[in-house]
Design a protein around this ligand. Sequence first.
Ligand code: FES
Length: 213
Amino acid sequence: MLSYSKKVIEHFKHPRNVGEIANADAEALEGSPACGDMLKITLKINEKTHVITDIKFESFGCASNIATASILTEMVKGKTIEEAEKVTWKQAAEELEGLPPVKMHCAVLAVDALKSAIEQWKEKKGLTDKNPTTPDKVLRKLRNVLNPLTGASIVRMQLLRDFDVKDGVIIIDLDLTSDHKFASHIKEEIHEKLDHLWDIKEVKINFVGESES
Ligand code: FES
């Protein structure tokens, strides 16, 4: 049996800021490479002051993930995105008076989802460095696109056959047929991760898998 602090149990039983903000300014659905669980974070951000005026989460993870996401929302609400970005998973775990060592990745997932939502907002507003999008960056983002059936990244599942970034266009070849039951879900996820990049005009997704029949 894992032993949890009183604070973890309290946040798990009464999580703060659960749900989804309608018309959110930023959002991220992040999957944990360690366990495949997912967490969605939505944010309202004041464009002038950069203050996070509202934050909500929906966790499809474990008790530790729910507790960390809950405490994290309390830690960053009212802070600027620049302050919120500096919060580490260790600080969140400390605020919870500790987590079992095997559950640290659940805190990492919560902090990563927040950072990814902030990063997307900054990219949308043109506030990130204006470096051109590189294949490395695209691959990092594609690692967070998950196959909903297995919860594993499409990169790890070897569904990514090829990709290229050229003249503002990202071309992705997926080893799936276009009528695969998750094809449209995965396509949507990819667009969500890549469409907003400041120098990208178009994301083209080709389904190049062979039909089994
Ligand atoms: Fe997956 Fe905790 S085990 S988030």
